[in-house]
Design a binder for this molecule. Structure first.
Ligand code: PGA
Length: 264
């Protein structure tokens, strides 16, 4: 048994309108109430336009609020971007940075993510840095190199002491995400998380690097969540589609929590 906290969250992407998100969040607040005294950190990352209402809905729950993206600057000539100041004003606690769709659909680079991680840490937000290799990178056997590079570049501008306390890492292989994704095998997840842990320890030192939570995401569902959560160095799950119904979200937490707590 260990005393680590389980992390569980979902990014709703652009899957819900605001009124749909309000209904989802309201139900989520209700059906996650049973975890109030558990050693678990829940979170949800809805669209920007619903953050204001989400804050109100989630205020007496243990579900932290996140944003799906963030500008690295506070103000200025950045049409279409959202300032960290606005996120903080709206009760956001987590900035999701470098999700696969930001990188591969919108062309963000590791250096862009690096500026965002730095800005998130400086504004007291948790930086949820998402990393993951493509199918082709996996095929040629450079997954660990890619992950290592994404972490090293992604963190290189941040103050290490500040960042160590504010960083969460989500490993989400690009080929495992979304409707066309194939879930990664638990052993594969285990090997990659081991690599990620090593890189974090090389950057932050053995103890601090051990404390940074690492989540797995990519086609997690009720069927595979229980196996994946039992892998060493998997501190949480970052779920898309399978958690977009509040009851399913709560059921998955319920299913993985005892297995996680029983892990060595
Ligand atoms: P998925 O999405 O669970 O629907 O594959 C995961 C993610 O993109 O974070």
């Amino acid at each position: 048994m260990h005393s680590k906290k389980l992390y569980f969250g979902t990014n709703t992407k652009m899957s819900m309108t605001d009124s749909e998100a309000v209904a989802f969040l309201t139900e989520l607040a209700d059906c996650t109430g049973r975890f109030a005294n558990e050693n678990v950190q829940l979170f949800v990352i809805p669209s920007f336009t619903v953050l204001h209402r989400a804050r109100e809905i989630l205020k007496d729950t243990k579900v932290l609020l996140g944003a799906q993206n963030m500008c690295w600057e506070e103000r200025g000539q950045f049409t279409g971007e959202i300032s960290p100041l606005s996120l903080v004003e709206n009760g956001v606690r987590i900035a999701e940075i470098g999700h696969s769709e930001r990188r591969h659909v919108f062309g963000e680079s590791d250096f862009d993510e690096s500026r965002k991680v730095k800005a998130a840490c400086e504004h007291g937000l948790t930086a949820l840095l998402c990393i993951g290799e493509t199918a082709q990178q996996k095929e040629v056997g450079i997954s660990d190199e890619i992950l290592s590079m994404q972490i090293k570049i992604g963190l290189h501008e941040s103050d290490k002491a500040c960042c160590a306390k504010r960083l969460w890492v989500a490993y989400e292989p690009v080929w495992a995400i979304g409707v066309n994704g194939t879930p990664a095998a638990p052993e594969y997840v285990c090997a990659r998380h081991h690599t990620i842990r090593g890189v974090l320890q090389s950057i932050f030192g053995e103890t601090a690097g051990q404390e940074i939570p690492i989540f797995y995401g990519g086609s997690v569902n009720k069927g595979n969540a229980t196996e994946i959560i039992q892998m060493p160095d998997v501190d949480g799950l970052f779920v898309g589609r399978a958690a977009w119904q509040a009851q399913n979200y709560a059921d998955m937490v319920q299913a993985v929590l005892p297995l996680f707590s029983a892990k060595k």
